[in-house]
Every structure is written in C-alpha cells, then in structure tokens.
Write a new protein. Sequence first.
Length: 365
Amino acid sequence: MIKKIKNCFAKDPVNLGRQKELDIAKGMAIIFTVFCHSFEILFDFFNPEISTDFAYGILDVVLGGSFAAPVFMFCMGISFCYSRKNSAQDMVRRALSVAVVALLLEIFRTAIPGFLEWLIFRDPSCIEYINLFFCSDILQFATLAILTIALFKKLKLKPYVMVIIAALCSVAGQLLQWVSTGSTVGDIIAGFIWRSHDYSYFPLLNWLIIPVCGCAFGGVWQRVENKDTFFRLVTPISWVISIAYFASMAFFGEYYLSSGDYYGLGILDALFAFVVCFAMIGLGYYLSKWCGCISNWLRSLGNRITSVYCIHWTLYCFLYLFLICVMEDYISQWVLIPVSVVVLVASDLLSRLYVKIKTNKRQSK
C-alpha cells in the first residue's frame, strides 16, 4: 500500500493552483466551529438538571475539537506553499494583518459586549471580559505561527528540520502546561507561548506542530499527480482511525489522550489530528466530485473563513448579552441546532456583503 501511495507522486511539482479539497475542508471546519460555539455561548441558559454530556461530546469535543481548528491550521500551513506571496517578508506582513483582525475581533467580541453588560448590570464579574480580551485565541496563534514559519523561511530551514523543531516545541508545551510566572501580566504574556492559564486557548508551543506539518506536507502535495488513487487509499483508513480515536475517548472517559486537555494539545493528539485532517480533506475531495452545489457553497465558506469566523463570534457575543437581559427561565438544549443554523446563515450573508464592499472599494481605486 505504501508503494501505491508513493506512486501517486511525481518528482517535480505538478499539482499547482487553488486546491478545492482544502477550501471545502475549511468550509466544513467553520460550520463545526459555529455549532460548537453555540453550545459554549448557550450553556449558561441550560437547566443544570438536564444532562448536556451528549451535546458536549458531539459539539464541543468532536466537531469543535479535532474537526475544526486543526483542519484550519493544517490547511493554513499547506497554503504557504501555494501562495505567490510566500517570502519571509510577505509572511510578516500577513501576520501583522491577522494581528489587526484579532484585535478588532476582541473589541467587538469582548470589549463592547463586556462594557454594555457592565453598564446594564454593574456586575463586578464583568471583569472576566478583560481576561477574554487578552486571551490567546486562534487568530493570535495564527499571528505567532506565521511569524515563526517566516523565521524558518528566513533561516532557509529544511521542512524536516522545521517539523523536528515543532515537535520539540510540542513536548516543551506539555511540560510547561499550567506553569505560572508568578504575576498576572506575566501569565497573560506567557499564555501566548504555553498554557499558563485558563484563557490560553491556542498557545504557540503546543499548536505550532499543526501548521508546520501542513507547510511541510504542502511541498509534498504539490507533487501529487494522481489524487484519485491517493484519496482512495488514504481516506477510508483516515476515517477508521478518526472514529476509533473518538471512540477511545468515550470508552476511557478521557477527552484527549496525551494531555487530557484540548487546548494543551499533546504530541500524541497532534498525530491523531493529522489523521483527522486527511479524513476531512479526503471528504472534501469526494464532495467536490459528487456534490457540486454543496461543495461550491463549502468552498465559498472556506475562502471566507476568517470573516465568517469573526462575524459569527460577534453575533454570538451580542446574542449572549441579549439573552441575559431577557431570559427568565431555562431553555432546551435542542435550541442549539436552530440557533447555530441562523448564526451560520447570517454570518455567511454578512461575510458575502463584506467581501462585496471590499471588492467594490478596490475596483473604484
């Protein structure tokens, strides 16, 4: 089988241009993210006597876990090999633009809703929004990861050297997990590097291995000349391993095998995350062949993943603020599905509008 997979690749780059399956995989990842965050936002409004284990397991751990952020990060790493602007200088500029988007998102996602909640309720617990404002979320991670890979490119490191360094970072991230600097400010800064506190969601050391391996694989993927055979061999195995991985979580009662913590991603869980990425990319490939309308919509979502991500978070945070103002009773956990669908559709439409306005401005110059 390994020989058959090797035969799918040429000696020189032949698979160039936009990769449909990657965009579709990112499109599915953002859908799962929207559904996952509906659970996180609405959790406070569920009746505590009703078990939310099933919703937590499906939405937060499975769909919102390895099927979401790792897929985006892996595809981001691959995209560095396909972008025409992939020099170290170009990547630094890209990182700075992501950092600006991250700052704007925190203003609309945490600062404004937090200030409004404080104005309405004068609740001291609103101080939590300050912690959220300085959290290490996925866009902050993307900024640091792009800068790190830009440094690797500047140093002209071989792909296998980059992977080794990222693997060592992963081990270091596990060893440093929950290590405090002894000060609040220090822990906030350290949280961008390792999981030093609860609001350190995607620390660089733990998660760098995902985009770095994506970048390394991107160079290989450019040489694939027989995608049909590759995905026919790899996709079924990837899905079997992925299902077995999540089944083992349910059986052993541990949601993540190497660290027990999704955000403190360990190297063993990173390996399984790669398998999940191949499963999702393979599914994206077959959707592009068999389901034209669905795949076109997913591709469109994947192309606009950053704007959809920012818009859906903003909508959810203002929805939370609205609910705490009007809710007097608990809601059913089954409301998760319609709320997720509405937020997804609204985010999609608003993202399309944003892209259209942005395009018109460019054309008018």
